[in-house]
Write a protein that binds this ligand. Sequence first.
Ligand code: MLT
Length: 204
Amino acid sequence: MSTQPSLVHRFEPATDTARPPLLLLHGTGGDEADLLPLGAMAAPGAALLSPRGAVLENGMPRFFRRLAEGVFDEDDLRRRTDDLAGFIRWAQAEYGIAAPIALGFSNGANIAASLLLRHPGLVRGAVLLRAMAPFREAPAARLDGTSVLMLSGTADPIVPAANSKRLAALLAADGATVRHHELPAGHGLSQLDVTLTREWIAGL
Ligand code: MLT
């Protein structure tokens, strides 16, 4: 087994070990520090594992390459998703943490959706904030026992409503328990995202 993490990251140990850890996945241009405050609000006391996307687009970190806005390089997405899965396994052994709940925003939510589809069961649940369907044709996956919260914005200029609905339907058809809220919001996050995420995580 590798002794080196594959991704630059931050790890904040739990102060409440009863809570499942959170895997924080930032949006384009973010980094490993970005979602730490959101994670602390969403699950106070939980361990926080926050990697930085290894792809640079004009200097902005991302988790996988894209050909244009909303058009993904799916070969790169598959490879980066598998790298992320390896990183999670490494971190679980290194830090002694249980299967995390993924909490991803935008580009981070999209790789979290890919992680669900390519590595079912690796995360115990996922909060997908402003996510879109990661693949034109999704791989078959069995997601029974996996819970997913999707929060989309009805005024999101990046994610068409039909696309986020397609992702929610796909995950549900694979057996995931999906709650999908369409909020009066754009691509950016609002206080309602924080409140709904915290309540959903508390109810898991
Ligand atoms: C993506 O590229 O993952 C999505 O378009 C969201 C974004 O990062 O802008």
